[in-house]
Structures are given as structure tokens and as C-alpha cells.
Design a protein around this ligand. Structure first.
Ligand code: ADP
Ligand code: MG
Length: 291
């Protein structure tokens, strides 16, 4: 593309609410044939709410919420923000206990020491034992298309928290129009299969990969590229950064984490997924004209 065409295209891009990192990004956008969508925060708003707390026998739910909320206070993940906000609201003074040794593991969860216990909140490991009451809570959450996480203290599973999210309204139209342009949509998420399938069905995506780690997302990009596909990734989280960086084109949600925006070639400022379609159309039209 000529510099003039690039300026014209990026000017239009800005009107569409798309920030572009450079001229090569537009050329690569024009040629993509596959789009991998992250779920939480991308197909969904990422404004999650805590919808249910189930505890193991003899465990105090108020204490679970307080300690889980304290650890999640350090997280920038939508799940962490939902749990911390509910926990703060449940405290009279809005203050949660202090945490030491906090660590967030992207795509897995958080851990820290609080009130004398090592507390972990995160993804359920399928091979880890779980009391029947918590396993049932996990299944119920899945059936309701909720995301469920397990709270452990001192290595013992004590609760399941269910969180809910809302699909973004622009998703189905974006997916339909991408297909019309010959581009294949795929949903790739760290969340479980039930929540993944629900989001995919509602958005009109047929190909779904659930329970995928951040490294797994990047590995899928590499696999598809090795098979000759030209792959764009759309994501918002730290867990998407590696996939965004290794894709032919990385697209970040404007409200996403700095890690995602830093790794991406394009940013959707208004978080409207239909802007991706408009941008593809724009590059195809513009770059055709100047050839
Ligand atoms: P997605 O790909 O849908 O954006 P992530 O890769 O960010 O999902 O997270 C995958 C899973 O890891 C979540 O569904 C959850 O089980 C767990 N997880 C990640 N971060 C947190 C957190 N801060 N608190 C609890 N669980 C988390
Ligand atoms: Mg996400």
C-alpha cells in the first residue's frame, strides 16, 4: 500500500473505532481467513457478577467470600473483579483482609496467604478430587452456562463460585458477516465446555475449543498457520497475549488489559465486534483501488 492509501485507511479506521499499529497490519488484515475469538471479555462484556456460592460441609460461606474476595482483589480478570466486588459489598466497612504472597496465573486463577491460610481461587482441574456437593455445583453452573471456579484453602476444596456474564450484542452480526466474507470463526477459551458451547451457539460459531491454556491458544495459532491458514486473534486478557502476538493479526478489545493491547496490531476502541468486519471490508476495498 502507498503511504497515502494507508493514511486514508487508518483515518477511516479511526472513524470505525479501530486503532491500527502500522501499514503492514492492514495488508495482513485484508488477507486473513480465520478469526479466533476469545470468550470472556471478547464475545462477552467481561462485566461478570457472582451468581452463586456453594460451600462444602461445615464451611462458612461468609468466610469463603471474604478470603476469596481478598485474594481476587489483586486480579484484573473479570472473574476476580466480580468476586472482589461482591466480597467488599458484604463487608460493613467495604474492606477486605490483607494478602501476602499474591500470585496470578493467567488462564488458571489466583493464590495468596490471607488470615493464616493459603487460599486459591481458580479453574477446576478435572483430575482433582472434589466433594460431591461441590461437583454438583460445578455441573449446575455448567448447565446454566455459568463460569464456575473452585476455592481451596490449605489445599482443600471448600467452595464453588458461579459467575455470569452477558454476550455482547454485536457478536452474531459480526460472525455472520465474517462468514459472508469467507472468513471462518472459531471460539477459543480457557473456560469450560458448557459455557463455551453456550456462547458459541448464541453467537453462531460452530468450531469451539474449551479449556485451552494461554500457551494452548498460541499453539493453536501456530498449528493453523502451519496448515496455511491466515489467522487473526481477538482477545482482551493477559491469557490472550501470546496468541495475539503470534497471530498474523492480533486484535485487542479497547477495554482489555495492557498486555493484550500491547501485543495486538489493532485495537477495537469501542469494543464493537462489527468494527472488525468493517475494517476487513475497508482494507479489501482500499487496497484493491490503489493496485
Ligand atoms: P477466557 O479464555 O474465557 O478469557 P481465561 O483463560 O482468562 O478465560 O481463564 C480460564 C479459566 O481460568 C477461567 O474460566 C477460570 O476458571 C480460571 N481463572 C482465570 N483467572 C481467574 C481468576 N482471577 N479467578 C478465578 N479463576 C480464574
Ligand atoms: Mg478474555
Amino acid at each position: 500500500a502507498t503511504p497515502t492509501a494507508f493514511l486514508a485507511a487508518t483515518g477511516r479506521g479511526a472513524q470505525l473505532g479501530v486503532l491500527v499499529r502500522g501499514p503492514e497490519a492492514l495488508e495482513r488484515l485484508r488477507r486473513i481467513d480465520t478469526v479466533l475469538f476469545d470468550k470472556t471479555g471478547t464475545l462477552t462484556t467481561g462485566r461478570m457478577t457472582l451468581t452463586g456460592t456453594t460451600v462444602a460441609d461445615g464451611v462458612d460461606p461468609a468466610l469463603v467470600l471474604r478470603l476469596a474476595g481478598a485474594v481476587e482483589h489483586g486480579s484484573e480478570h473479570p472473574i476476580g473483579r466480580a468476586v472482589a466486588a461482591t466480597a467488599r459489598a458484604a463487608e460493613g466497612d467495604g474492606r477486605l483482609p490483607g494478602v501476602t504472597g499474591f500470585r496470578a496465573v493467567p488462564g488458571t486463577g489466583v493464590t495468596g496467604r490471607v488470615a493464616g491460610r493459603r487460599v486459591t481461587v481458580g479453574r477446576h482441574r478435572p483430575d482433582a478430587p472434589l466433594p460431591a456437593v461441590l461437583r454438583r455445583a460445578l455441573d449446575r453452573a455448567g448447565a446454566a452456562a455459568r463460569t464456575a471456579v473452585v476455592v481451596e484453602w490449605d489445599g482443600r476444596p471448600v467452595a464453588v463460585l458461579a459467575v455470569g456474564d452477558t454476550l455482547r450484542p454485536g457478536g452474531p452480526a459480526a460472525v455472520r458477516e465474517l462468514r459472508a466474507l469467507g472468513i471462518t470463526p472459531v471460539l477459543v477459551t480457557g473456560d469450560g465446555p458448557a459455557a463455551a458451547r453456550f456462547a458459541a451457539e448464541r453467537t453462531g460459531i460452530e468450531e469451539v475449543r474449551a479449556g485451552v491454556t494461554p500457551e494452548g491458544k498460541a499453539a493453536l495459532v501456530a498449528e493453523l498457520r502451519a496448515a496455511g491458514r491466515r489467522v487473526a486473534v481477538i482477545g482482551d486478557g493477559v491469557n490472550d497475549a501470546a496468541a495475539l502476538a503470534s497471530a498474523d493479526l492480533g486484535i485487542a478489545m479497547g477495554g482489555g488489559t495492557d498486555a493484550a493491547i500491547g501485543a495486538a496490531d489493532l485495537t477495537l476502541v469501542r469494543e464493537d465486534l462489527r468494527a472488525v468486519v468493517a475494517a476487513v471490508r475497508l482494507t479489501r476495498a482500499t487496497l484493491r483501488t490503489i493496485r
